[in-house]
Design a binder for this molecule. Structure first.
Ligand code: BTN
Length: 342
């Protein structure tokens, strides 16, 4: 465990220069399931056999299964199914997202809450907060997000876009596009996005996005984009209240999948969408969003605080709001609410 600003139990890692433990792990990985002798490791790394053994013990403590045998040496048998920063970063094809700090919790109440604390302390754009499990995962409109241990992605990303606050809703839509792009190779049918932040697979919710923003009068201080994605959650594990509405990649495919690989793909896609957004190429992002939404002319009910609207979806506006024509022909620009297909 490295120095952690958040006090609680977390791994806190920067794009690191390779220490002895990291180098040893790289060497074991490169051996691709073959034995590597302790003598060879100590020679190549210019450290004692005792130091090699100490690093092996540390890696085992982190969950790496490493076999050892006299006269054979060491063999990396299994990488832990945890979102350890070094495993997330390995093969990550981004320029910024996830290349700086990745803060990993075995457990926290909400990664969005942790990310907001860090953002308030000035941590740079692209920082990521991850948890294996959340005890108080938050959804939109005061809802909770079911966050069981080791089977979902609970990730929050800090952004500092140089745009006016009115443009912030686009960030949720852009994130939804990135989630869908990342999910396409994993699902038998393309995912669908339901305005503003639900991602559906087979008609059930597989992911949700919680975007939280801190603004100054004319500028954004920071945005925390939180993603909850059900990856390896078995159907029976969902609580009764959401069992008929929720799904996971495991439920849709019958197979478990690498959370780290899906996270990498999400970050790569999000960085691309974010670049388009910052270059002012919002129509491109909106077109991709429309292709996943298939919303035109859908009849819906929209529940908002204090009122319910029904009507036909016309489109999505340049600012990310939903355009709805009610039964009397009035056009509404909806900026928040829950959509139900009729
Ligand atoms: C929703 O569908 O209402 C949004 C759900 C967002 C859940 C994610 S999990 C990671 C991040 N931390 C939170 O507390 N919430 C978001």
């Amino acid at each position: 465990m490295e120095g952690c600003r958040l006090g609680a139990a977390c791994d806190f890692s920067r794009g690191m220069t390779m220490g002895g433990k990291e180098e040893l792990l790289e060497r074991l990985k490169k051996a691709e399931g073959h034995w590597v002798s302790g003598e060879m490791l100590s020679g190549k790394m210019s450290i004692t056999r005792t130091a090699v053994w100490k690093y092996i013990c540390k890696l085992r403590d982190e969950g790496y299964e490493i076999k050892s045998a006299p006269r054979k040496g060491y063999l990396l048998h299994r990488i832990p199914d945890r979102l350890l920063p070094r495993e997330v970063r390995s093969g990550l094809g981004t320029k910024a997202f996830g290349q700086g700090e990745i803060i990993h919790f075995s457990e926290t109440d909400s990664t969005n809450s942790r990310a907001k604390e860090l953002a308030g302390q000035g941590i740079p754009e692209g920082t990521i907060v991850l948890a294996e499990r959340q005890t108080g995962g938050r959804g939109r409109r005061g809802r909770s997000w079911f966050s069981p241990d080791g089977s979902g992605l609970y990730v929050s990303l800090i952004l500092r876009p140089e745009v006016v606050p009115a443009e912030a809703p686009m960030i949720t839509l852009m994130t939804a596009v990135a989630v869908c792009d990342a999910l396409v190779p994993y699902l038998p049918l393309p995912p669908r996005v339901k305005w503003p932040n639900d991602i559906l697979a087979g008609g059930r919710k597989i992911a949700g996005i919680l975007t939280e923003i801190s603004t100054e009068p004319d500028a954004i201080d920071y945005v925390v984009v939180g993603l909850g994605l059900n990856v390896n959650v078995p159907a029976r594990q969902f609580p009764k209240g959401i069992r008929d509405k929720a799904t996971s990649i495991l439920v849709e495919t019958g197979k478990t999948h690498s959370r780290a690989a899906i996270l990498r793909s999400f970050l790569e896609n999000l960085e691309r969408s974010y670049a388009l957004f910052r270059e002012g190429r919002v129509p491109l992002v909106l077109d991709r969003w429309r292709s996943y939404a298939g919303i035109s002319r859908q009849c819906v009910r929209v529940d908002q605080v204090g009122r319910v609207l029904t009507g036909e979806i016309q489109d999505i506006d340049e600012d990310g709001s939903l355009l709805l024509r009610d039964e009397r022909g009035h056009l509404h620009h909806i900026v928040s609410g829950d959509v139900y297909y009729l």
